[in-house]
Each structure stands twice: as C-alpha cells, then as structure tokens.
Design a protein around this ligand. Structure first.
Ligand SMILES: [Zn+2]
Length: 124
C-alpha cells in the first residue's frame, strides 16, 4: 500500500465530526478525487472498532503502513488526543481506494467524539 495523495491532513484543532447520540452526521461524506462520486465514512463504525484500532476493511499490514505514515505510536494516541482508528473505503464506480484515520475520544462513560483526521488516496 502506498499513500498517493492526502485529501485531508491531521490537525490538532479539528472539531468533532460526530458525537455519540447525534442523529445527524454519523457519516463523513467526501468526493472521490478521481471520479467525483460521493463516498461515506461511517463514523459510528470507528467507535465500534475503538479497541481494535481498525475496521475489518483494512488489513494488519495496511494498518501498520497507515500508522507509520501518520506517526501513530504504540499507545495509538491520535493527533487530537483520542485513540487512532483506521478504515479503508473503496469507490465502487472507479475502484479508487482510500485509507482513513480517525481520532476517537471517550469523553465520558460510553460517550464518544470522532474526529476525521486523515483521508488519503492509496495504491497497492
Ligand atoms: Zn471514484
């Protein structure tokens, strides 16, 4: 896996894209840079995978490469102070693939914030 282009870069000052209990915005939408199709990152799914640090869409090797790229250390501390969770999204139309990096923060018991820190176009 090679990171070809960053669509969204990590930043310490980002506000949460999703908070537990919100009805709206449980998906982060962005456009495929190759074909303009609308793609969705399910933010509740990042919370579900908080302890694993990755969803089932991304394999262990790809996760390691993403961690290296985003400089996530062994304690998985995200740019925003939460824990890093990685996912992968495929554009069904043009088959472009993206790796995503979110910071998930449990700010009180069972209540979470999700911040989308990174989205990057990848190639095998
Ligand atoms: Zn596409």
């Amino acid at each position: 896996m090679t990171i070809v282009q960053e669509l969204k870069k990590p930043n310490i000052n980002k506000k949460p894209d999703f908070t537990t209990g919100s009805i709206l915005n449980n998906c982060f939408k962005f456009n495929c840079i190759k074909c303009e199709s609308e793609l969705e990152l399910n933010l509740e799914n990042q919370i579900k995978n908080l302890w694993l640090g990755k969803t089932e869409n991304i394999n262990v090797e790809e996760e390691i490469e993403a961690k290296t790229f985003y400089r996530i250390g062994q304690f998985r501390k995200a740019t925003d102070g939460g824990l890093a969770v990685f996912d992968k999204i495929k554009c069904e139309k043009c088959k472009a693939e993206y790796v995503t990096y979110c910071g998930v923060n449990e700010f009180s018991n069972s209540a979470y914030n999700v911040i989308v820190q990174g989205i990057a176009l990848i190639e095998e």
